[in-house]
Design a binder for this molecule. Sequence first.
Ligand SMILES: NC(=O)c1ccc[n+]([C@@H]2O[C@H](COP(=O)([O-])OP(=O)(O)OC[C@H]3O[C@@H](n4cnc5c(N)ncnc54)[C@H](O)[C@@H]3O)[C@@H](O)[C@H]2O)c1
Ligand SMILES: [Zn+2]
Length: 349
Amino acid sequence: MRNIATENYVIEFDSGYKSLTNIINEGNYTKIFLLVDENTKKYCLNIFIKKTKLKPYLIKISSGEENKNIDSCIKIWKSLIDFKADRKSLLINLGGGVITDIGGFSANTFNRGIDFVNVPTTLLSFVDASVGGKTGINFQSIKNKIGTFYDPMLVIIDLQYLDTLEEREIRSGYCEIYKHSLISQTNSKFKQLTNSDKINFSSQIITNSIEIKKSFVTKDKYEKQLRKGLNFGHTIGHAIETFFMSTSNSLLHGESIAIGLIIESYISNVICGFEIKMVDKIKNHILKIYPKIEFNASSTNSIIKLMYHDKKNIDEKIKFVLLKNIGDLVFDVDVPKSTILKAFNYYSS
Ligand SMILES: NC(=O)c1ccc[n+]([C@@H]2O[C@H](COP(=O)([O-])OP(=O)(O)OC[C@H]3O[C@@H](n4cnc5c(N)ncnc54)[C@H](O)[C@@H]3O)[C@@H](O)[C@H]2O)c1
Ligand SMILES: [Zn+2]
C-alpha cells in the first residue's frame, strides 16, 4: 500500500508506526498522551502499544456520537492539565471519527494548539475522517457546529484494527467508499463496486477512496465549492440520521447516507438528467447491502423539515449537490419539495 501525501501531512499504512517513532524522536515532546474510548481501549490499545512500544498518558472518554460534545472536551483538557501537559506535548487519537474529531479539536484549542496524530480505527474514519483537517464537536444538537481546520502531524492506517469492528460499523464506513466512487471522475471504481453484491474494503479500495477524498480537499480545503461534492447524499442523509436518532431504531451515519445516495441520485435524474439506468443500479447495489427502511408521510415531512438545519443551506433554502453523471457534479441546486417526495417514493417502491 502506498502512502498518501497531503498538503501538510502523510497518511501512512505499514510504515506509519516507524514514522511516529521518528516524529516523537525528532519532536522533543515533553509528554505523549493517548486518547481512547472504552471500545478502543479494549480492542485497539494493546495493538497500538505493542507496535509503538510507547508508554503514553491515557485519556479515556465515553464512546458514541452523543459524547462528541463540550463535556468530553472539558474532560480531555482537564486530564491534559492534571498530567501537566504543555505546549510541547503530543496527543495521539486512537479511535473512530468521534475520537479523531474531538481529539483534533481539543489539541487545537489546548494551549493554542499542540501537535496531534490520528490513528483511526474504523473504516469510516480511514476513508473519511482521516483526511481533510476538519475537527469538531456537536453543539445544541447540531452536528459539528463548533470546529476548526487543524491538520494532524501524521495519520496511521492499520487494517488490523478492523478485525474487532462490528459488521454494522463496517457497512456504515463502506457507504463513504461507495459515495467516493460516485463523485470520482474515473468511473472504474464505481463499476467495480456496483457490480458486486458484497461490500469491498480491500486495502486497494481503501487507498483509492482516501485518494478521492484527498483530491477534493486539496483543491478546495475551505469548502468554497468543489468540496461540497463530498456531501453528495448527505443533505437528505443527515436529516434521515437526525430523524431516526430520536426513535428507538436509530441508524448509523453510513446507513442513513446510503438512503440519501439513492434519493439524491433520483433527484439528480429529475433535475440534472442523470441516467435512470444508473440510478437503478445504485439503488440495487445499496439495497443488497443495507436493510430497506420504511417511510410514511409523517416521517418524510419531518425529515424534509430537518433539512433546513443543514450547514450548506444559504438563506434557509435547501441547496443540493447533484450528479449529471458519475463524477460530474452540479452545485447549489434548489430542489422543490414535490421532487423530494417523489424521490422518497422511488426509494420505497
Ligand atoms: N473530520 C471529518 O472530516 C469527518 C468525516 C467523516 C466523519 N466524521 C465524524 O466521524 C464520526 C463517525 O465516525 P465513526 O463511524 O468512526 O464513529 P465512532 O468513532 O463513534 O466509532 C463507531 C463505534 O465503533 C467503536 N470502535 C472504534 N474502533 C473500533 C474497533 N477497532 N473495534 C471495535 N470497536 C471500535 C467506537 O467506540 C464506537 O462505538 C462522526 O462524528 C462524524 O461527524 C468526521
Ligand atoms: Zn458522511
